[in-house]
Each structure stands twice: as structure tokens, then as C-alpha cells.
Design a binder for this molecule. Structure first.
Ligand code: S3P
Length: 434
């Protein structure tokens, strides 16, 4: 639990670096583990989710040394993985769970994969179905849809899979399995999902073909160890981008943020809402673009957010909803039913928790409608163990009148362990300035 106070009109100012990208950090460890040789990762996110990935691969026999943001992984190919003596616990991490199943799809031993109470409710058949089709023996509660999941790899055959969901986790799991099968595996998705796997597989020396919504790779290609530099996570930066826009008198610069176009929906939305954003120092780090982003307080207007934009900002919808409470008109978020199967049902948790602070917000079947502009008032709110809900509510407390009590505030450690320190730092620099 944390008690947070309104900034009472004082702004958030200063320059920060957000932690490394979560999606890229997971993949760097996993791909290093199945590559041949020593992979060095810098800028790794030492949050609970990525530590779960390290823990699972250590249990599979991979040597991994981690010192804060620096990680060294000694891989011996898929053949170097051994039957784990213990259950593989993915904690709260859906990415660890789904990608790990792809890695285990052809390993000639038994593994059992489990996670926390949130993971136990998240659908896994989107991954277990294609893996079964490829030949993996896999089972779990509800016919393989929920953890605990038991898996024994086997004689994989390449497939041509048309995925019913647009999901980078599904795409990555099928590609990781495809790497172990004879022949070419092809996956077509209904819309573009983040492409970190395709980019990083190439950095590890693999040939991956992409043709619009279809990605394919030949099996049995060896991965060659490499050096991965992880840019800052735009999904973490999003909290301070919105804070910079809605907290009066703010000016925040965030250094070295990943700006992969499959992830930058938050920038498009904030710009469309009228935010004052400047992007400088564009760069490339291990095939991922990055830049510094500056944002200043501005008045926002409501917009519609739907269609192709949704997968480019799906993890940012909680904080976008908060921004919308401060916009001059109504914001409608549609086509986002996937929110229901994230760490929490994020349509319900966003709507219920923001209502407690006085927001005028309603849930719909596939999103939400937010009426701005509303003055928020402090109250007792709960992250429900969902990191992104916790951080969104903490930013809300900066503009809510009085005091806000945030229950289960520790959930921020999943993706952003330094979140509260940086909030303090940005509010302190205002005090020093005035
Ligand atoms: C992720 C993909 C997205 C995203 C999640 C991380 C990844 O999920 O919401 O936080 O690293 O591949 P889906 O693949 O289910 O869309």
C-alpha cells in the first residue's frame, strides 16, 4: 500500500531514462539461451517478469549471469536444454509462458509450466493449439487452455498457420517451434503485431521472411550468439508521457526510448489529442529504433481510438484512459476486447478504479467511453496486482485532489521497479526549481 499526494498544481520536470523494453529483454535472454555461444545483453529490464524468464531458463540448464541491467547467457542450442527438476514458474508473465511453450515444443523431455493467479486465468490455447498441430504433446486445465501446462516436445512438423488472434506472443511461439521443425513454418495474423521477434532473430543470424501479415522461416537454422542493446520501454515511458501532458506545469524528457513503429501508437494518439511532443536523437540499437522524447503540459481533446491502432498501443490503454479524463471532449476506445485477457480484465479494472476517483467512464464490450474533462478526487484504489493499473493510478494521484491510497502498489515491480523513485525525482525537481 502507498499513500500518494496531489501535486496541487506543481509540475513534474526533469530528464529520466525508463528501464529496458520488457518484450525485447525477454527475447534477448530466450534467444541467447537457444543460440550457440555467449550472448551479452545490456539495458536488460531487471523487473519481475524478465527475472521469471531467467529463472525458467536456468532451470532448463542454461548458464545465465545477471548483474542489474547486464546479462550474459551461455547457450548451447536447443540441444543444450535439459529436463527441469522443478516446475517452471513464469510468475505474472504471459510473454514468458507463451514463448517458453514454443521453445519447449520439440524438447525430448517433460516440463510443467505454472504461473501466478493472474496467469492461471489467461488463455493459452491460442498457443497450445498450433503447437499440438505441429506435433507437441501438450495438456493443461480446460483442454490445454490454462496453467498448469504439461508439455513434452516431439517430432515437430512445420505448419502453415492462420492465427485467429493478432498476437506477437502467438507469432513468436510458433516461430520458436518452427525453428526446431523440418521445413518452412508460416504464420499469418489478422493484423500486425509487434515485430521484435523477427528483428531479433535476424540479429541472431536467422533468415526470416515477412510479407505483409505473413511471416515464415526455415527450420533447423542455428542461432549465433550476439550482443543485444535494449532501448527503454515505450510502454513504461507512456506513464510519464501522459503525466507530462496532463499534470499542469510539467516538462519531461525521456532518453533513449524504443520507437519501433509497431509500438508507437501512444505517440500518435497523444499527438492527435493535441499533446506537445518533440522527438530528437533518433538512433538504432541492435535493429530497434530509439529516440529521446520530450513532452510538455498542454490541453488535450478527445478522439476515437480503434482498428489498426489498437495493437500498436494495447498495453498503453490504461494510461490513455487517464489522459482522456483530462481531455476537453469524449474519447471512445473500440476494438480492444483483448484487454479482457491481460494481467487483469483491463476494461473492468480501468473503469472501476478510475470511477473511484470521480472519472466519468463506462465500459463497453470491446473498450470504453471516457467523458472529459473531469476533476479527479483522491480515494482508495487498487492495482489488483496489475502493474500498468498501479502506475496509471499513481499518475492519477498527481492531479487528484487530496490523498490517494494505492493498494497493491508493489505490482509496479513487474515492469518498472524504479517507477516510484522516478516519480519522486520528477516532483522534487519542481520543488527545487520554484
Ligand atoms: C507482448 C505482446 C503483447 C503485449 C504484451 C507483450 C510480447 O501481447 O500485450 O504485454 O512481448 O510479445 P499479445 O501478443 O497477446 O498481443
Amino acid at each position: 500500500m502507498k499513500t500518494l499526494r496531489s501535486l496541487n498544481g506543481a509540475g513534474l520536470t526533469g530528464t529520466i531514462r525508463v528501464p529496458g523494453d520488457k518484450s525485447i529483454s525477454h527475447r534477448a535472454v530466450m534467444f541467447g539461451a537457444i543460440a550457440h555461444g555467449r550472448t551479452v545483453v545490456d539495458g536488460f529490464l531487471p523487473g519481475e517478469d524478465c527475472l521469471s524468464t531467467i529463472d525458467c531458463f536456468r532451470k532448463l540448464g542454461v548458464t545465465i549471469n545477471q548483474e542489474k541491467e547486464h546479462v550474459e547467457v551461455v547457450g548451447n542450442g536447443f540441444e543444450g536444454l535439459h529436463e527441469p527438476e522443478d516446475i517452471l514458474d513464469v510468475g505474472n508473465s504471459g510473454t514468458t509462458c507463451r514463448l517458453l511453450l514454443g521453445v519447449l515444443a520439440n524438447t525430448p523431455f517433460h516440463s510443467c509450466v505454472i504461473g501466478d493467479d493472474s496467469i492461471a486465468k489467461r488463455p493459452m490455447s491460442r498457443v497450445t493449439n498450433p503447437l499440438r498441430e505441429m506435433g507437441t504433446k501438450i495438456d493443461g486445465r480446460n483442454d490445454g487452455n490454462y496453467t498448469p501446462i504439461s508439455i513434452r516436445g516431439g517430432n515437430l512438423k512445420a505448419i502453415n498457420y492462420v492465427s485467429p488472434v493478432g498476437s506477437a506472443q502467438v507469432k513468436s511461439a510458433v516461430l520458436l517451434a518452427g525453428l526446431q521443425a523440418d521445413g518452412t513454418t508460416t504464420l499469418t495474423e489478422p493484423h500486425h503485431s509487434r515485430d521484435h521477434t523477427e528483428r531479433m532473430l535476424r540479429a541472431f543470424g536467422c533468415e526470416v521472411e515477412v510479407n505483409d501479415l505473413t511471416v515464415s522461416l526455415k527450420g533447423k537454422q542455428p542461432l549465433v550468439s550476439t550482443h543485444i542493446e535494449v532501448p527503454g520501454d515505450i510502454s513504461s515511458a507512456a506513464f510519464y508521457l501522459v503525466a507530462g501532458a496532463i499534470v499542469p506545469n510539467s516538462e519531461i524528457t525521456i532518453k533513449n526510448v524504443g520507437i519501433n513503429p509497431t509500438r508507437t501508437g501512444i505517440l500518435d494518439v497523444l499527438e492527435k489529442m493535441g499533446a506537445d511532443i518533440t522527438i530528437t536523437n533518433q538512433n538504432t540499437q541492435t535493429s530497434e529504433p530509439s529516440a529521446d522524447i520530450q513532452i510538455k503540459t498542454s490541453s488535450l481533446n478527445g478522439i476515437e481510438i480503434s482498428g489498426e491502432l489498437i495493437p500498436r498501443l494495447i498495453d498503453e490503454i490504461p494510461i490513455i484512459a487517464l489522459a482522456a479524463t483530462q481531455a476537453d471532449s469524449t474519447t471512445v476506445i473500440k476494438d480492444a476486447a483483448e484487454l479482457k485477457v491481460k494481467e487483469t480484465n483491463r476494461i473492468d479494472t480501468v473503469v472501476n478504479e478510475l470511477k473511484k476517483l470521480g472519472a466519468q467512464i463506462e465500459a463497453t464490450d470491446d473498450g470504453m467511453i471516457i467523458h472529459g474533462k473531469t476533476e479527479l478526487s483522491g480515494g482508495t484504489v487498487d492495482s489488483h496486482g496489475d502493474h500498468r493499473i498501479g502506475m496509471m493510478l499513481a499518475i492519477a494521484s498527481c492531479i487528484a485532489n487530496g490523498e490517494t491510497v494505492l493498494e497493491n502498489s508493489g505490482s509496479v515491480n513487474v515492469s518498472y521497479p524504479s517507477f516510484f523513485e522516478q516519480l519522486e525525482q520528477l516532483s522534487q525537481s519542481t520543488i527545487k526549481k520554484s
